[in-house]
Design a binder for this molecule. Structure first.
Ligand SMILES: [Zn+2]
Length: 432
């Protein structure tokens, strides 16, 4: 069968060489006669590698549409990008690098510009720039960032020399990177023509996109035109160098500045949290329910002594309590009551507090189940005590409100004193 096919192919090739303009009527067109079933996606007949073709057809249109919208590219510009190299490099990456390269490609890295969308602080940790974008990483004025960038660019140049790439290619390539840092178009070299085309295509894609890993396909042709024989392998090495040496160096330095040194972001966050805590203290009568107001009654000196993590946790819990208070008010305006109003916490908490003052000092074995008689007598004693106390607006009034107060543990029939006069941090706060 194979021998017959080879003879048939040889005859067809010989006829084509003798008369290349003759119509090739004998070429079989799918669907082939006698075949039971064949796969066709769009106008393309699929004859092998069904899994990858089906996966590509199911995911590619949505991804291409997202990329076009995300990076503001046209269909023609999309086709200029060297997707095969991106795919080949990412296939060999470990999981953490795979995820990072995905974030890098689509601008999902946790730079402050992205984190600030829900943290509301976009301050660059290294300098006074109020908005740390991805491109700012390469333009930051922090001395460590400047050193890192210079070293990374030197590494790129050294690697090009070690790969014995032609100088005109190296110059044009690094020129595109430096123009990308400034977000400008790169100058187009006069010759060779392939190198000029590569720079033109890169300008069209965006020189700053080169820092994210979007290189033009025509860099491969330019590499071959400048005398590099294994141009596809060389282009893959250049692409990997941008991710692993240029970007990685900058990103590691930025994370060192953020996490290991006193920086502008921590100062900005500290200030914002302090302002929030002060705001909650001043507006606790409107922002929080009566039961929770004492939590926001914190002195300015005490706030200043707090660490950043403690402040963050306080604000987090106060935000949550404020949201609950808003929802309860909204329900009340609509003539409804919150479900927490029907909880029987009042008696329990009274029992807890009252019994706690009287029984907490007793050993565990002397604790006994409260009866209705003891409850009535203790309530009467406490009522007399309460009448003699000065009025305090901030004193929490037991109420079925969801809040930190409701975390007081109470086991039916036993008394466990939990409340103290001084507000205690909510659960989850750890001292810095
Ligand atoms: Zn900066």
């Amino acid at each position: 069968m194979n021998v017959a096919c080879d003879e048939y192919a040889g005859e067809a090739a010989r006829e084509h060489m003798e008369c290349p303009e003759a119509p090739a009527n004998d070429i079989l067109q799918p669907p082939y006669e006698g075949s039971k079933a064949m796969l066709k996606i769009g106008d393309l007949w699929i004859t092998s590698d069904y899994d990858s073709n089906i996966h590509f057809a199911s995911t590619a249109p949505a991804l291409r549409s997202y990329c076009r919208q995300r990076h503001n590219w046209s269909k023609k510009t999309m086709n200029l990008i060297n997707w095969n190299t991106i795919d080949n490099i990412r296939k060999k990456q470990n999981w953490s690098n795979f995820v990072r390269s995905m974030k890098l490609l689509h601008g999902w890295l946790p730079v402050m510009h992205n984190l600030g969308k829900y943290k509301h602080i976009k301050q660059c940790p290294g300098c006074e720039c109020p908005d740390e974008t991805f491109l700012h990483l390469f333009n930051c004025s922090h001395h460590l960032m400047i050193e890192a960038l210079n070293e990374a660019l030197e590494t790129v140049e050294d690697t090009c020399h070690k790969m014995t790439i032609a100088d005109n290619f190296t110059t044009a390539f690094i020129s595109c990177i430096t123009c990308g840092i400034k977000k400008t178009t790169a100058p187009i070299p006069e010759h060779p023509r392939e190198l000029a085309t590569a720079v033109k295509h890169q300008n069209r894609i965006g020189t700053h996109k080169m820092l994210q890993g979007f290189l033009a396909q025509s860099w491969g042709d330019a590499l071959r035109a400048t005398g590099y024989k294994r141009h596809q392998i060389g282009l893959t090495r250049l692409h990997r160098m941008i991710w692993e040496h240029l970007f990685q160096r900058i990103w590691d330095t930025r994370n060192f500045v953020l996490k290991k040194t006193p920086n502008m972001y921590n100062s900005a966050e500290n200030l914002t949290l302090e302002q929030k805590l002060n705001w909650y203290r001043d507006h606790r009568h409107t922002a929080l329910s009566l039961n929770d107001r004492h939590l926001a009654n914190i002195d300015s000196d005490e706030i200043k002594k707090m660490g950043r993590r403690t402040r963050r946790k306080w604000v987090q819990h106060l935000d949550r309590l404020s949201d609950i208070h808003k929802k309860e008010n909204q329900l009340r305006d609509e003539g409804q009551s919150a479900i927490t109003m029907h909880f029987k916490v009042i008696e329990h908490r009274k029992c807890s507090r009252i019994a706690g003052t009287r029984k907490s000092r007793q050993p565990q074995k002397t604790k006994k189940r409260l009866t209705q008689t003891t409850l009535d007598s203790t309530l009467a004693i406490t009522k007399r005590k309460r009448d003699t106390r000065p009025h305090d607006n901030d004193r929490p009034v037991p109420r079925g409100t969801i809040g930190v107060q409701t975390r007081i543990k109470f086991t039916a029939g036993t008394a466990q004193p939990q409340r103290k006069d001084r507000p205690r941090p909510p659960e989850g706060i750890e001292p810095d």
